[in-house]
Write a protein that binds this ligand. Structure first.
Ligand code: CUA
Length: 325
């Protein structure tokens, strides 16, 4: 399946197309390093090619070794001092950039998010806003008039994952028992793709993340919608009863129902998300039905068990789930 199509996102993310403060710095540093190593490559390859051509075996070569040069202080100084200076330049600039992007600019408007890596999905919490969602991060755009970086606290529920939005910031590992922090400050609204960047088991490749960068009012509207309790429509009561009477509720939460499990994604606003299974399929009623029936058919190894519901119960349940907007 085409990932970008599944999530309605732009093409494969490139760290050379940054849209966020730390990513701009990382691109600039990458260009500097690339320029230096390209120069070294051209010099070394050029001298090599020159030597190969100029000193190739000529007809009538008598096979004697050319004069050997030992102990030239000048040559030895040149090939010691120049590489040393190059290493110093790379070391100092890298250090400067690391310190520059280590912490977000202090601002009262920063959005706080906690992202928890799970095999194989991302829980996303906004502790100050009382929102819990999954796999699709939403943040406000940051403009010069009102800088609004998003500060991200990273935790793992199981193994080591790595949080990476190539266009937004560098990689940051997500380690059990340790709290890491990163931040982004996107300056262009849009949807950007991220991915777990540390092998974490069979479905590592399907630990997709997207971030949607909203204009400020759009973000406020998204927050208001996410804070609302779950829809509770009388016409899908039968499906809600299926949800609360089977094992769904031991892993999933839907605010306003007895479901308060925390092992799986919060489903309070399930239908606000574009995909299920962390990007594995578009979030459509047909795919939801297939997923609940047998998650492993879509995502082999998925931790969610097949629910073994009758077809009628499955239809009722899906009819309920699709009202969770
Ligand atoms: Cu999580 Cu790879």
């Amino acid at each position: 399946m085409n990932v970008a199509a599944a999530v309605g996102a732009p093409s494969t993310p490139s760290m050379f197309a940054p849209v966020s403060t730390p990513a701009f710095a990382i691109r600039d540093l990458s260009f500097l390093v690339l320029a230096i190593v390209t120069f070294i490559f051209v010099v070394v390859a050029g001298v090599t090619v020159y030597a190969i051509i100029r000193y190739r075996r000529h007809p009538g070569d008598d096979g004697r070794e050319p004069p050997q040069v030992y102990g030239s202080t000048q040559i030895e100084l040149a090939w010691t001092v120049v590489p040393f200076l190059i290493v110093i330049v790379l070391f100092l600039t890298t250090t400067r950039y690391i310190f520059a992007i280590e912490r977000p600019p202090a601002t009262p408007d920063a959005v706080e998010v906690t992202v928890v890596g799970n095999q194989w999905w991302w829980e996303i919490r906004y502790p100050r806003l009382g929102i819990v969602t999954a796999n699709e991060l939403h943040v406000p755009v940051s403009d010069a008039g009102r800088p609004t970086p998003t500060v991200i606290t990273l935790q793992s529920a199981d193994v080591i994952h790595s949080f990476w939005f190539p266009q937004l910031a560098g990689k940051m590992d997500v380690i059990p028992g340790k709290i890491n922090r990163t931040w982004i400050e996107p300056q262009t609204p849009g949807t950007y793709v991220g991915q777990c960047a540390e092998f974490c088991g069979v479905q590592h490749a399907w630990m997709l993340l997207t971030v949607t960068v909203h204009a400020r009012d759009d973000f406020d509207r998204w927050v208001a919608a996410q804070r609302a309790t779950a829809a509770d429509l009388p016409e899908v009561r039968a499906g809600r009863d299926v949800f609360t009477s089977v094992a769904c509720i031991s892993c999933h939460s839907v605010r306003g129902t007895p479901g308060n499990g925390v092992f799986g994604p919060d489903l309070t606003h399930l239908m606000s998300r574009a995909t299920i299974g962390a990007g594995v399929a578009a979030n459509t009623p047909e795919n939801l039905k297939a997923w609940v029936n047998d998650p492993a058919a879509l995502k082999p190894g998925a931790r969610m068990p097949a629910m073994k519901l009758s077809n009628d119960d499955l239809d009722r349940l899906v009819a309920y789930l699709v009202t969770l907007r």
